[in-house]
Each structure stands twice: as C-alpha cells, then as structure tokens.
Design a binder for this molecule. Structure first.
Ligand code: SAM
Ligand code: SF4
Length: 329
C-alpha cells in the first residue's frame, strides 16, 4: 500500500490500537490506581464513530487494528464492533487484547464476528498473587476464558505477562509450562512507567533474565524462523518443538526506531506514542461536524509530529498524565 503515514524519521504507520473503554473489572497495580474515576459513557466514541475513523484511516495506510482498553469486553456488544470493522476495506488484521474475565461468554461470538487474533493477559497462576496484582478475584474465569478462546478456534492464543522484578521470577516457570501444555504462545512485556505505581528501572525483570530463566528451568530456546529484529516482540521457539515464547523488551531494548503504531483513546484522542505528552482530538471531526478531509489531515499531522521515541532510559523522561488503562495498552 502507498502509505500517507510516514513520519519525519521515515517510519511507516500501519498499526492502530483502539481503546473502546477505560473501564475495567480489574485494578492491576501496574496499570491504574484503585480510586480511578472513569469517563462518562457519553464521551466514548460510538461503534459508528470508531468504524468511521477506521474507514478514513485505512486508505491512508492503516491495515492493522487492535481493540483494547480498559477492558474491551466490558463494552457492551463488542462482537458488533468487530463485525463492523471486519468489513472495512483494506483492513487485513484485527486483534483484541483482554484480561479474559468475560471471555468465556464472548469468545465464540467474537470469533464468528471475524476476530482472529487474541491476546489474553495473565501474570500468574496463583490465586493469591492474582488477587495481589489485580486487586480483584477472577483467576478461574481468566483460565476459563483462555480455554474458551482455544475452543472457539483462535490460533494462536497469546498470553501476555508483565515482567516485574520481585513479582515475575516465580511465575516464569509455571506460566511457561502452562503455555507449553495448552498450546499457548507466552509473551512477557517489560514493566513500563505508565501505571499509577512508582516505577524505576530496577523494578523491571529484564528480557535477557527471563530468557536465561526459561532456558535454565524449562527448556532450550532458539530464535523463531520469523524473528524480526525490528519488531516489538523478540520471538523464540523451544528447540524441542514445545511452542513459542515472545518478549517485548520495551525498556531494555526499545523499538521506537521501528514503531508503526498510533493510538485512539476511548473518547477520541489520537496519540502517536504510548508515552506522548500531547494528543489530538478527533471526535470533533466525527461527531460535531463530520469532515473526512479534516480527519485525514489530523491523522497525517499527528504522524508528522511524532517524536523520535520515548526516553524511558534517560533523566529526560516525562511520564504522561494518563495511566495505561486510559490510553489503551
Ligand atoms: N484490560 C486488557 C488487558 O489487561 O489485557 C487490555 C488493556 S491492558 C492496558 C493491555 C496490556 O497492557 C495488558 O497486557 C497489560 O498487562 C499491559 N500493561 C498494563 N500496564 C502495563 C505496564 N505498566 N507495563 C507494561 N505493560 C502493561
Ligand atoms: Fe484492567 Fe488490563 Fe489495566 Fe489490568 S492491565 S487494570 S485488566 S486495563
């Protein structure tokens, strides 16, 4: 495709993450404060507005969309949005990231609506540690959701774990064994400074440490055949054929120089970086006085204005005011 979304650093943007709600049925400590105040529902983009946005963005070069939140399955009737998006010409890849709590009920409807990619977040298999990390109950429901996704036909089913020093070390082996046993792709995401908690670099359990631990305590890994050093996830497979493992080393190996992502928040703000300090309102071009040319220009401008990258690893880093749940992870 002839993309119109190339920034001043030569990066082509084809990947859009859409938050469909900031609400969530968990309160993960690394993501949001316990006393969070959610947006008014009337502020959220409607399904029609979201689809309209994607219809304008697709001819500019967006061909990959991921629905997220907050918890996207808390948005009523999400399969309807999936069906609407699946029909947008030019969109070739539609995914969802969920905490899995409501997935058992919705997996089949989502698959039937045209969703094919699914990532389920799960940091632990211990009910006690699940409660500590998420400040809620629900591990059994997440596990039911994972099995329902497999049964519905999702392949692969990816399981995401945030990698936090002092938390993740005892989880690596049980999660890896669980993933191998159930044919899931496990992915670790280095803990980033985008939650409500105080973050410091020492709190990240780094990619190379996870890899060493898996090789030492689970089984040897080799780089996957489709390993792309520019992609966010470093992909490995078990040498014995027991599945794949991915690591998103956002802190120890930032991938800003090959970043291809834009983000649309639930209330219609466009962000060109997870850590962006400014955002552009696009709801006015969708709701108040719909104008596709103005919307397309706002998207192009937002890409043109993109900075070189976050500066997590320097003293210049400034944490955005929004926490992860309100941006869309
Ligand atoms: N509620 C859904 C879920 O948990 O999968 C979707 C939204 S959540 C914000 C998307 C992803 O961001 C999850 O995999 C979550 O673990 C991850 N995440 C949240 N806070 C994070 C942080 N501070 N560092 C790294 N990943 C984080
Ligand atoms: Fe909710 Fe997902 Fe954030 Fe956890 S990571 S609080 S499940 S939005």
């Amino acid at each position: 495709m002839n993309s119109q979304l190339i920034d001043t650093f030569g990066r082509t943007h084809n990947n859009l993450r859409i938050s469909v709600t900031d609400r969530c049925n968990l309160r993960c400590t690394y993501c949001m404060p316990e006393d969070v105040v959610f947006m008014d529902r009337s502020a959220l983009l409607t399904f029609e507005e979201i689809t309209h946005f994607v219809r304008v963005a697709a001819p500019l070069g967006i061909d990959k969309v991921r629905l997220t939140g907050g918890e996207p399955l808390m948005r009523r009737d999400l399969p309807t949005l999936v069906r609407m998006l699946a029909e947008v010409p030019g969109l070739r890849d539609l995914g969802l990231t969920t905490n899995g709590l409501l997935l058992a009920e919705q997996a089949q409807a989502l698959y039937d609506a045209g969703l094919r990619r699914i990532n389920i977040s799960l940091d632990t298999l211990s009910p006690d540690r699940f409660r500590l990390l998420t400040r809620r109950e629900g591990l059994e429901r997440v596990l039911d959701g994972i099995h329902a996704a497999k049964r519905a036909g999702f392949d692969p089913v990816k399981v995401n774990a945030v990698s936090i020093r002092g938390v993740t070390e005892p989880e690596v082996v049980p999660l890896a064994r669980f993933a191998r046993e159930h044919g899931l792709e496990l992915r670790f995401i280095e803990y980033m400074p985008i939650g409500a908690d105080h973050w410091e670099r020492d709190k990240v359990y780094f990619a190379h440490e996870i890899l060493e631990q898996i090789e030492r305590e689970v089984a040897p890994l080799v780089p996957a055949e489709d390993y792309d050093p520019r992609a966010p996830a470093m992909e490995f497979r078990y040498a014995d054929g027991g599945g794949r493992v991915g690591i998103i080393a956002s802190v120890s190996r930032p991938f800003c120089l090959s970043c291809n992502r834009l983000r649309l928040t639930a209330e219609g703000k466009l962000r060109n970086c997870l850590f962006a300090l400014t955002e552009v309102d696009v709801k006015s071009h969708l709701r108040d006085c719909p104008d596709d040319d103005a919307l397309a220009e706002a998207i192009r401008c937002n890409v043109r204005d993109k900075w070189e990258g976050h500066e997590i690893n320097t003293s210049r880093f400034v944490k955005p005011l929004r926490t992860m749940h309100a941006i869309g992870g």
